[in-house]
Design a protein around this ligand. Structure first.
Ligand code: SF4
Ligand code: SF4
Length: 238
């Protein structure tokens, strides 16, 4: 429960809920309801590729799609929005389905001072490089906004450009139509994905992420082996 809603308490709760980074941006650049005054941008490091496994589970005649990192970010955003609402300020968590229509999460992360754009078209952070995903809560609370960073990591580097197998990155930026990780692939691209994707099981896939894994920024941050969760409880408000 939040006793008051200000930037410090919201960030503190976000970290207790398990976020690795949190920042606050204004609503002006996004397609949000008119009551929105602040966008809280939540960052979760994805140091292990397991966070990005896509699961396609056939269930009752439908195919359910899921990805661990998005499930976690939406769950954290939901709990944070609930805490802000219970403290008396309107707040909504950004759902995965709404994210494209309402908030450009990369732009929000840059505006909230969490990182800067890299040559790979992703947000590169000081601690984790591009190994991070973002979620958000938008709220009627007036929260102090964070300044944008002046960092730039790509001035003497083009490793991700060289690592891309499809030449989807270059001086022109990111060409989505060439990227083999495209969500809505052409038939030719779908055949390439079927051939090249990692598939730990028929329902689990891992898209290409060489433009992330090749980036030297934050590469040395360790990925601890977790032997089991017996006796531990997930991070939460307590
Ligand atoms: S996901 Fe793969 S194909 Fe797409 S831009 Fe990154 S490295 Fe290139
Ligand atoms: S690999 Fe190099 S050029 Fe690409 S995003 Fe990382 S620092 Fe920038």
């Amino acid at each position: 429960m939040l006793e008051r809603v200000d930037a410090a308490t919201v960030k503190e709760l976000s970290r207790r809920l398990g976020c690795d980074k949190v920042g606050i941006a204004g609503p002006e650049s996004f397609n949000l309801p008119s009551w929105t005054r602040s966008v809280i941008v939540l960052g979760q490091a994805t140091l292990d590729e397991a966070w990005d496994y896509e699961l396609y589970i056939a269930y009752e005649g439908k195919v359910l799609w899921s990805k661990p990192i998005y499930e976690r970010l939406v769950a954290i955003a939901g709990r944070l929005a609930l805490a802000i609402s219970q403290a008396g300020c309107r707040a909504e968590p950004l759902s995965f389905e709404d994210s494209a229509a309402l908030i450009d999460l990369r732009l929000a992360a840059v505006q909230a001072g969490l990182g800067t754009y890299g040559l790979n078209g992703l947000v590169v952070t000081r601690e984790y490089g591009p190994r991070i995903r973002f979620g958000a809560v938008y709220t009627a609370a007036e929260l102090e906004q964070d300044p944008q960073l002046k960092d730039y990591y790509c001035s003497s580097c083009s490793i991700c450009v060289g690592a891309c197998p499809d030449r989807a990155l270059g001086p022109w930026g990111f060409d989505r139509s060439r990227c083999r990780a495209e969500f809505d692939p052409t038939p030719e691209m779908a055949r390439l994905q079927e051939r090249e994707q990692k598939r730990p099981s028929p329902a689990a896939r891992l898209q290409c992420s060489l433009c992330i894994s090749s980036c030297p920024i934050g590469k040395k941050v360790g990925r601890p082996f977790v032997p089991g969760l017996d006796g531990q409880s997930p991070a939460g408000e307590g």
